[in-house]
Design a protein around this ligand. Structure first.
Ligand code: NDP
Length: 292
């Protein structure tokens, strides 16, 4: 069997288009343009690339974006002061503090300052807490995990009763995707670096999500035939044949796993593009919340 390739790039493009149409319609109805403020602290090149691409995507969707860049040694109070200002700025509907923050800053305190109504990244402790609790509704859910659920539903309209295994328990991906899968009534196992016999746990999965950060770690023999495999990892591996000297690979050995799985996301072009699409959707939602 050769797996269906889940084309995250095309799916994300459709979502971006839908957001752009809704933004246009809002403008025609005389409603304010949705606004997203990004806060970038320090000079981390990957974070700079991510933030730039978020601004570009906003521009294409007709969303206004505001960029704030601070030095890596910015005092905590100054960063918190900026977030408070953005909370009070009516043109800003969503606030995104690019993570990770430099070590000298307390990310929990900063995320706690973001208004829950503007928490388009879904990382405010209250939104995460609501996500973890039955019967409570977060106002926003984190972008990459929400994008993963969206991709899964393209191939499995109902996730109910499925055995899902998530490898990785980070605050950004592993844990929130596991919580979202529970909300979808999947039966979820969360694995991490201390899990014993990871391959045999992974092999139980109807849905296998790899969010590890280890190039091509998940092998074909770890995968149950017919499983749906979502590869979140983005890893650089040296490649002298490429002009830039490296290529990007996921956490899954794509070429061999696609012969066992029923559907799989590629890297690049799988989960990655969904993150920004979900951010645009959350920003539109924030603008709608501001009118309630
Ligand atoms: P983290 O480093 O924060 O977390 C990695 C997780 O993997 C941890 O829970 C860790 O376990 C677990 N892990 C590490 N090594 C092993 C191992 N040998 N066996 C089992 N588990 C292991 O990473 P992130 O969650 O932030 O990111 C994961 C990957 O996803 C990265 O490649 C990142 O670049 C990518 N990513 C992609 C995004 C996208 O938009 N496509 C967005 C965000 C991330 P433990 O907790 O025990 O340490």
């Amino acid at each position: 069997m050769t797996a269906q390739i889940i084309d995250g790039k095309a799916i994300a493009q459709q979502i971006k288009q839908q957001v752009a149409e809704q933004v246009k319609q809002r403008r025609e109805e005389g409603k304010p343009c949705p606004g997203l403020a990004t806060v970038l602290v320090g000079q981390d090149p990957a974070s700079q690339v991510y933030v730039r691409s978020k601004h570009r995507a906003c521009q294409k969707a007709g969303i206004q974006s505001f960029s704030h860049e601070l030095a890596a040694d910015v005092p905590q109070e100054k960063l918190i002061g900026l977030v408070k200002e953005l909370n009070n700025n009516a043109a800003v509907h969503g606030i995104l503090v690019q993570l990770p923050l430099p070590d000298n800053l307390d990310d929990e305190a900063v995320l706690n300052t973001v208004s829950i109504y503007k928490d388009v990244d879904g990382f405010h402790p209250l939104n995460i807490g609501r996500l973890a609790q039955k019967g409570r509704e977060p106002l926003f859910t984190p972008c990459t995990p929400t994008g993963i659920i969206y991709l899964l539903k393209q191939v499995l309209p109902s996730l109910e009763g499925r055995q899902a295994v998530v490898i990785g328990r980070s605050n950004i991906v592993g844990m929130p995707v596991a919580l979202l899968l529970v909300r979808e009534n999947a039966t979820v196992t969360i694995c991490h670096s201390r899990t014993s016999d990871l391959p045999s746990v992974a092999k139980q999965a109807d849905i296998l999500v790899a969010a590890i950060g280890r190039p091509e770690m998940v092998r074909a023999k770890w995968v149950k035939p017919g499983a749906v495999v979502i590869d979140v990892g983005v890893n650089r591996v040296e490649d002298a044949t490429r002009e830039r000297g490296y290529r990007l690979v996921g956490d899954v050995a794509f070429e061999e796993v696609k012969e066992v799985a029923s559907a799989i996301t590629p890297v690049p072009g799988g989960v990655g593009p969904m993150t920004i699409a979900m951010l645009l959707r959350n920003t539109l939602h924030a603008a709608e919340l501001a009118e309630k």
